[in-house]
Design a protein. Structure first.
Length: 311
C-alpha cells in the first residue's frame, strides 16, 4: 500500500532557483529602506549579531586579499556561494532526483491500494466518502515510509532556502551599514572610493541605473530559463512565473535607491546563483555530485535551453 505524490515544481535539471530567487527579490524591498528611517524591526535587524559578523567577515576578507572593495564584494560573493549554497543546491538536486524516481513506484502502489480499498469497501459496505478517507490515510502512510526508506523527504529540499535567504539578508545589511557609516567611518571612506567604472562611490546609489537595470534583466533571465524548461505548466505555476517576472522588473527601481555596494552584491549573487544552477544541469557535474539519473535528464541540457529560447 503506497502513494501518489503531488507534482513537483522544479527548475531546470532539478534546480530550484526561481523560488529562492523570488524570496531574495521580495526581501530586497525591505532592505532598501532609507538609512535615516526610524528604528524598529529593520534597525534592530541591521544591528543584530549576524549582520555584525558579516561586517567583520567582509573587512577581514578585504584586508587579507588586499583588493579594492568592489573586487572584494565580487570575490566574497563567489567564494561564499560556492562554499555554502552550491553544496546545498547539489543536495537539493539529489533529493529532487530521488523524488522523481519514486513517482513510477508510487503510482503503481497507489493503483494497487485503490483496488484493495475498493474490494475492502464492498466487503464492509463502506460509502464512497469512507473509502476515499481510508485510501488517502493509507496513501499518506505509504508515502512517508517511502520517504524514510530513500531518505528524501521533500522538506529537506527547503534547507537551501533556510540558509541562503538569511545569509543574503545579513550580507546586504552589512554592506548597507558599511556604506552609511553605521559600522565604521573609516570603512565608509574606503567604500566611497572603492568602486570602479561608473560606480566609483559604493556608498551612493547608481545614478546611471546600469547596475539596477542589469540586475532586473538578469533576474528576468533566470525566471525565463526556468519557465522554458516546464513541459506541463499548471495555472498556479503560470501565475507564479508572471509574479516573478513583475518582481524582477520592480527590483530595478528598488536597486536604484540603495548604495551601489548592495546593488553590486545583488547582481553578483544572482549571477553566481544562475551559474551554479546551470552547472547543476551538466551530466558530468551531476555524476560528480552523485545525483541519481532521472527520466527527465538530458545529455544536452545547454543546447535544450538555447533551443527553448530560439523557439
Amino acid at each position: 500500500m503506497w502513494r501518489l505524490a503531488l507534482p513537483l515544481w522544479r527548475g531546470p535539471c532539478g534546480a530550484g532557483g526561481v523560488r529562492a530567487e523570488s524570496r531574495r527579490l521580495t526581501a530586497a524591498a525591505v532592505l532598501s529602506a532609507p538609512s535615516g528611517s526610524p528604528g524598529g524591526g529593520y534597525e534592530w535587524l541591521a544591528q543584530s549579531a549576524p549582520v555584525h559578523w558579516a561586517e567583520g567577515g567582509l573587512v577581514a576578507l578585504q584586508a587579507a586579499a588586499e583588493l579594492p572593495w568592489w573586487a572584494t564584494i565580487l570575490c566574497g560573493t563567489a567564494l561564499l556561494r560556492t562554499a555554502v549554497t552550491l553544496p546545498l543546491a547539489a543536495h537539493r538536486s539529489r533529493l529532487l532526483a530521488k523524488l522523481e524516481n519514486l513517482q513510477p513506484e508510487i503510482k503503481k502502489l497507489a493503483e494497487h491500494l485503490r483496488y484493495e480499498v475498493s474490494v475492502r469497501g464492498r466487503q464492509l459496505g463502506w460509502s464512497e466518502k469512507v473509502a476515499r478517507f481510508h485510501f488517502k490515510k493509507n496513501l499518506r502512510r505509504i508515502i512517508t515510509e517511502l520517504y524514510i526508506r530513500d531518505n528524501c523527504h521533500p522538506f529537506k529540499a527547503t534547507l537551501l532556502v533556510w540558509v541562503q535567504i538569511p545569509m543574503w539578508v545579513c550580507i546586504s545589511l552589512a554592506l548597507r551599514n558599511c556604506s552609511v557609516g553605521t559600522m565604521d567611518s573609516e570603512v565608509q571612506e574606503q567604500f566611497s572610493a572603492g568602486g570602479v567604472l561608473w560606480f566609483r562611490d559604493l556608498t551612493a546609489p547608481d545614478s546611471t541605473w546600469i547596475l539596477p537595470v542589469a540586475l532586473g534583466l538578469l533576474n528576468l533571465l533566470i525566471v525565463e530559463i526556468f519557465a522554458l524548461q516546464k513541459l506541463e505548466v499548471s495555472r498556479f505555476q503560470k501565475l507564479a512565473t508572471n509574479f516573478f517576472r513583475v518582481l524582477s522588473i520592480v527590483m530595478i527601481p528598488v536597486a536604484a535607491t540603495v548604495p551601489s555596494s548592495m546593488a553590486l552584491y545583488w547582481f553578483s549573487s544572482s549571477f553566481v546563483g544562475l551559474s551554479h544552477n546551470l552547472l547543476l544541469c551538466s551530466p558530468t557535474f551531476r555524476r560528480l555530485c552523485f545525483i541519481p539519473r532521472t527520466k527527465s535528464d538530458s545529455e544536452t541540457p545547454y543546447r535544450d535551453i538555447l533551443s527553448a529560447f530560439t523557439t
